[in-house]
Ligand binder design. Structure first.
Ligand code: ZN
Length: 374
């Protein structure tokens, strides 16, 4: 099929080369997404991308999702494609699953030492509920996958329900949601429970049935991991209540809420330390407080600025997470039952952890402000 189309379209060899070139660039710059509206001669490119991703090239009115694998030297990269019709034509977005991100361990996510230890301690529990929260594109799936990899042991039965399965994981039985055949999260979850799992990962807590089944599973000897598109612990509890979850039941089984965002990292090839004048401008009240805490814990600060070079995009290369972890104690469980959500405060919030990364020269104030408004 591919060859037939290739020879039929004079522009298609150009499209093949252009897509190969773009993917190579995106891989070497560690870009997370490619948007097709940056491309020229778009029709041939669009057809090529649809073919690669196993989409229907004649369908132009409905959204389509697909997947392909691109080889680069000895390694290969998985790519998720999504196509959306629009007034000016179809738009394709490619999401790249970089191999080094795919294999990220808990220690490589961006958690500080206390946070990684808290998470690893929690994962030794045989049962309970853990939620990863954050807006779309905040790295929740990567965190969930690295946790599953951490839990992978021959004697453990690990299962996951995902929409879609973004990365294949060794030792995990992964089932994909398929709404065309009415296979949704709650269906998969119910079937999973009949297979005696130890750990259940539910890609997203999206409806009241899957929320209810997850909580019951967490109360009956299973470790349940899931995610929600929420921005804070309070919003998470409100969302669950909106899904008709019983707060008393939730307060008994919910053990850990992780809130996260992704920050672009400064390119270490070209970033430059702030000079004296820039340091003065940089030194706000917020920075002074963070600097005091930072210096006590980690030593001298080293803030830097983005420059830009051939190895990066506008001075940034790769991304790292910032996290806030709330491990629930008895007071917090009571606070959930009594809906005193203002009492649910993590020891370190996202903004604070982001400021430490700015002070360490890993990212910039502009990047932190882009992701988390002060
Ligand atoms: Zn650079």
């Amino acid at each position: 099929m591919l060859d037939a189309i290739s020879s039929a379209h004079p522009l298609s060899s150009y499209a093949v080369q252009l897509i190969d070139y773009l993917l190579q660039q995106a891989i070497s710059l560690q870009a997370s997404d490619i948007h097709r509206d940056q491309l020229i001669r778009a029709n041939a490119v669009l057809v090529r991308l649809k073919l690669l991703s196993n989409m229907d090239i004649t369908e132009q009115r409905r959204p389509q999702d697909g997947y392909f694998n691109h080889s680069l030297g000895d390694s290969s990269i998985d790519i998720r494609a999504s196509c959306l019709p629009g007034h000016w034509g179809e738009k394709v977005v490619l999401r790249l699953q970089h191999p080094e991100i795919k294999q990220r361990t808990i220690h490589q996510l961006g958690l500080d030492i206390q946070q990684s230890q808290c998470l690893i301690n929690y994962l030794q529990q045989p049962q309970g509920l853990m939620l990863i929260t954050g807006p779309t594109g905040s790295g929740k799936s990567v965190t969930l996958h690295s946790i599953l990899m951490h839990l992978h042991q021959p004697h453990r039965n690990l299962v996951s329900a995902e929409d879609p399965v973004e990365m294949g994981l060794d030792g995990v039985h992964q089932t994909e949601v398929n709404l065309h055949i009415d296979l949704d999260f709650s269906h998969i979850l119910r079937s999973m429970l009949r297979q005696d799992p130890d750990v259940i990962m539910l890609g997203e807590m999206r409806d009241s049935v899957s929320a209810d089944v997850s909580i019951k599973a967490a109360q009956t000897g299973h470790l349940v991991l899931s995610s929600l598109h929420t921005r804070s612990v309070a919003e998470t509890i409100n969302r669950l209540q909106g899904l008709a979850v019983d707060l008393a039941g939730l307060s008994h089984c919910l053990d850990l809420v992780v809130n996260q965002r992704l920050l672009r990292c400064l390119c270490q090839q070209c970033c430059r330390p702030l000079d004296r004048q820039q340091l003065q401008a940089f030194d706000s009240d917020e920075i002074q407080q963070a600097r005091h805490d930072y210096q006590q814990q980690f030593g001298p600060i080293a803030p830097a600025m983005a420059i830009g070079c051939q190895y990066c995009l506008q001075g940034y290369r790769g991304r790292s997470g910032i996290f806030s972890l709330l491990a629930l104690d008895n007071h917090m469980r009571t606070a959930i039952r009594q809906r005193q959500l203002e009492l649910l405060q993590a020891p370190i919030n996202l903004r604070q952890q982001g400021l430490y990364k700015v002070l360490a020269g890993m990212t910039t104030m502009a990047e932190l402000n882009r992701v988390i408004v002060n």
